[in-house]
Design a protein around this ligand. Structure first.
Ligand code: HAM
Length: 424
């Protein structure tokens, strides 16, 4: 066993797995661009107070899951457990909403939560998140949901369920909260220990308790208690999703574990995942910007776990395109040939080709095996004879055709010999 190992709940992406990651990341970036979202990058750690205030003091994240530490200057800092409060902080700090009243941003970033690791639940995970800040239009809700849904479809994922709910607003939620407490209080002894505590602190969370799933089915639904403005908003979101062809199911138990949500709440689950089946989730947060010190501005967004995307793709048997292959492997025998190979590789790389050579003085057989293993498109073999001639044979590894190429021609006219795509 290796002396040092990756910390529990974290993992390494080894080169063999990197192509799958790059594929997912490039699909995500393409989709975000297609929807007009621009990338934002924020620091990995923030002032702890940002999450206490933004994510919410009563949430599991703040209560139990944050990686919080004191730095050498005595500040309390926290590794980002979720992307929304940092993004809002950055937009407010940089006055982005003054420049443009409606901002659309996305991020691909690591998040840290001290959770009990299991399949699909990690202590460091990577989120694709998107936020639209500055509009309360249901068009924005439908747009972020469509971005998440179409990204998953583009990745080849099927068996998806979009669960949708509205959690109301500060105008209608207090009355619903009272209705819910009145419903559960006589049934308190049927609820789990956590929910018995939640009834005072956060009764809505009883609805999404896994342990009490059967006992909440007859609870009153928020969607029956919405104020006229929230009801109209929810109706339009549903109509827009229908128009976009995004299928959804209303789930009155979907309340989400973060404090900032208002109105729309949603989650996309995959039938190809186990207990941790949420590929992504999000909702509207119309009070968060003001709560974090900005001028009042509504917002809506989602976060989605890339590890779960990859797990669902693997479980579903989705083929991932191979990563880019090297263009030319230069096999050389002897010191003088290796020096020439280094010179040729340098020249070809300068022209934008991906080239490799042996760095260990291995046999020709071993070098050709390596060229095969890395799936090089062409192989150029150089020995003493080739050096003397000033030319070498270039082998096409796909067609097995072979031709002699003078070194000078390689430098001046490589395109005439190779069909690979220049990356430069
Ligand atoms: P969240 O539901 O806490 O929302 O996380 C979003 C997604 O991140 C989850 O659906 C899941 O795919 C992934 N995820 C969360 N925790 C883990 C974990 N421990 N291991 C692996 N994957 C995980 C948020 O974070 C909100 N900031 C989303 C949002 C953005 N709402 C509005 N805007």
């Amino acid at each position: 066993m290796a002396k040092y190992q990756a910390i529990k709940g974290t993992y390494d992406v080894m080169p063999a797995e990197a192509a799958a990651w790059q594929h997912v990341e490039s699909v995500v970036r393409r989709q975000a661009r297609a929807f007009g979202f621009r990338e934002v990058r924020t620091p990995v750690f923030e002032d702890t107070a940002l999450f206490v205030k933004g994510t919410g003091e009563a949430t599991d994240i703040v209560q139990k899951e944050m990686y919080t530490f004191t730095d050498k200057g005595g500040r309390s800092l926290t590794l980002r457990p979720e992307g929304t409060p940092p993004v809002i902080r950055a937009l407010v700090e940089h006055s982005a909403l003054k420049e443009s009243p409606c901002v659309k941003v996305f991020y691909l970033a690591p998040m840290f939560r001290y959770e009990r690791p299991q399949a699909g639940r990690l202590r460091q995970h990577t989120q694709f998140g998107a936020e639209i800040v500055g509009t309360d239009s249901p068009l924005a809700d439908a747009e972020v949901i469509a971005l998440l849904f179409t990204t998953l479809a583009r990745l080849g994922l099927s068996g998806l369920t979009l669960r949708l709910n509205s959690v109301g607003c500060p105008a209608c939620r207090p009355a619903y909260r009272d209705t819910l407490v009145a419903h559960f209080r006589p049934r308190l002894d049927t609820l789990c220990g956590d929910c018995r505590e939640r009834i005072e602190r956060n009764p809505l969370r009883i609805l999404d308790c896994k342990a009490d799933r059967d006992r909440v089915q007859d609870a009153p639904a928020m969607t029956d208690c919405l104020c006229p403005a929230c009801a109209a908003h929810f109706d339009r979101v549903k109509a827009l999703l229908k128009g976009l062809g995004v299928p959804f199911a209303i789930d009155k138990t979907l309340v989400r574990g973060l404090d900032y949500y208002t109105r729309t709440a949603f989650e996309v689950a995959s039938q190809h995942l186990g207990a941790q089946d949420a590929l992504g989730g999000g909702g509207r947060y119309d009070g968060l910007v003001e709560q974090l010190g900005g001028d009042p501005a509504p917002g809506v967004g989602f976060g989605a776990g890339l590890e779960r995307f990859l797990l669902a793709m693997r479980n579903q048997g989705v083929a991932v395109p191979d990563g880019p292959r090297p263009d030319i492997y230069v096999a050389a025998l002897g010191t003088a040939a290796s020096d020439k190979a280094a010179e040729l590789c340098g020249m070809l790389r300068g022209k934008g080709y991906a080239c490799e050579q042996d760095l260990q003085g291995r046999s020709l057989k071993a070098q050709l095996r390596e060229a095969n293993r890395i799936n090089a498109r062409y192989v150029l073999v150089i020995g003493d004879d080739e050096l003397a001639k000033g030319a070498a044979s270039l082998k096409d590894m796909d067609t097995h055709g072979q031709r002699e190429v003078p070194f000078a021609e390689l430098a001046d006219n490589i395109e005439a010999y190779c069909e690979c795509s220049c990356q430069g």
